[in-house]
Write a protein that binds this ligand. Structure first.
Ligand code: SAH
Length: 217
């Protein structure tokens, strides 16, 4: 589901990104690696940074936000163990890059972003690339999207000070959520799972994300 006309150098760089930044660092899920080799990340990066689209770091997008480093995106997606039939919620659409990966890996994707301008741009990019199993919303994603819950997986791309109870409540039995938790300089990814109605929290990598802004701006 990617655009057919792309400069050969982008696909070469993307294959190198997968080999050197992901596979070499232990990302082993083949379906995920294939998706990351397919999705044209440069389409989600603002024009001035496009030549850095496959480099090993985050990049600025509009509204003072960032498109995450490819490796951290891969780590988060691998933790979710997505199945093709899953229904997924993403909080913090940003550029829409992770939304596209989720659309490749799951059946249905709901994504919520608080900046309308970012959501509009992501909507246009995802439509141009032909992703039809994605629905975008503008609002406070810390409240989730109860009208489409429950979700098999939730991916949060902005750091919460505490685990948002509304998101936990919208996880299905057997559901998984990956979320950065903590203040700016001391965040850690948490993998939340619901098994037999019980909440389990596993601490994962240290990380640095933009804050999850709660309430109205
Ligand atoms: N996965 C995105 C990450 C963007 S950065 C990408 O790779 O492009 C995180 C995004 O979360 C920002 O766009 C920010 O505006 C958004 N965000 C922060 N708090 C939010 C909230 N409460 N609800 C929805 N989106 C939020």
């Amino acid at each position: 589901m990617t655009s057919s006309a792309e400069a050969p150098s982008f696909s070469t760089e993307r294959r190198r990104m997968v080999a050197e930044q992901l596979r070499a660092r232990g990302i082993a899920d083949e379906r995920l690696l294939e998706a990351m080799a397919r999705v044209p990340r440069h389409e989600f990066v603002p024009a001035p940074y496009r030549d850095q689209a496959y480099e090993d770091h985050p990049l600025p997008i509009a509204q003072g936000q960032t498109i995450s480093q490819p490796y951290i995106v891969a780590l988060m997606l691998e933790e979710l163990s997505l199945k093709p039939e899953d229904k997924v919620l993403e909080v913090g659409t940003g550029s829409g890059y992770v939304t596209a990966l989720l659309a490749e890996l799951a059946a249905e994707v709901f994504s919520i972003e608080r900046h309308a301008a970012l959501a509009e741009e992501a909507r246009a990019t995802l439509a141009r690339l032909g992703y039809a199993n994605v629905q975008l919303f503008v609002g406070d994603g810390s409240q989730g999207l109860p009208e489409h819950a429950p979700y098999d997986a939730i991916l949060v791309s902005a750091a919460a000070l505490r685990l948002p109870p509304a998101l936990v409540a919208q996880l299905a039995e057997g559901g998984r959520m990956i979320i950065p938790v903590g203040p700016g300089d001391a965040q850690q990814l948490q993998l939340i799972t619901i098994r037999n109605g019980q909440l389990h929290v596993q601490l994962r990598e240290l990380c640095r994300f933009v804050p999850l802004v709660q309430g109205q701006s």
